[in-house]
Design a protein around this ligand. Sequence first.
Ligand code: FPP
Length: 257
Amino acid sequence: MPNTKPEALQKEEIFSKLTGGRVPGHVAIIMDGNGRWAQERNLPRAAGHRAGAENIWRILERFWEHGIGYVTLYAFSTENWNRPQTEVRSLIRLLDRFIKNEMDTFQKNNVQLKHLGHLEQLPLWLQNHIEAAIEATKENDGLVLSICFSYGGRDDLVTALQKIIDSEIPAHAVSEETIHNHLFTAGLPDPDLVIRTAGDQRLSNFLIWQCAYAELYFTDTYWPDFGREDIDLALAEYGRRKRKFGRLLPSDEKRVP
Ligand code: FPP
């Protein structure tokens, strides 16, 4: 009998079979390759970052179509301050423009915005814009979008330890939960899946504590070209992974003598 379902529905069914219905709750992304994308088109690096920023909305839509609750983006690392001042300035302006341009879309789509990293290292006017956007979206209970800007994983741990010591918590009372509660990501679930675009296969100081058990997915596609179908491929791969968290799977347990 011919399949008379609309094409979109057929695609979703195929996708659901591919993932086994298992989608990650939290996806974290290292958006790499903007510079190379621009270079291949004889454009300035800033144009690559602009194309990268424009891509964010495209991918967010696809994530929430899949019911993913948390998306975290690595937009600017603590090490990125060492890039040429013109590039740093263009990234700062892009973040500001992104927040301003997308505010309506955040509200319409129930997106809650968070910032992870050292807000106080950003220009005061940008701090104010970010804080206002966080405040305006704090009651939204749809997708939580965290933007890491002036963020580093090691720095996150150092900052957490400083806060713990300042609050005079005795050493014997410090647990993994204490550390979790003092990281920039306090209250967020750990990422289940990290996607890195543009070929390199490393974490580059991104959420190093939080990603202890994350599944890692690497693709050669540059970030500005990373689209909806690339997300589906990443999610399908995630669906095939066996997550064990250091334990045995029930099927393996049966085989243990
Ligand atoms: C890495 O590509 C990317 C960055 C350092 C910045 C990522 C920023 C964006 C996608 C846009 C701005 C973000 C927001 C939220 C407005 P690269 O420059 O290192 O690329 P390359 O390795 O090809 O040189």
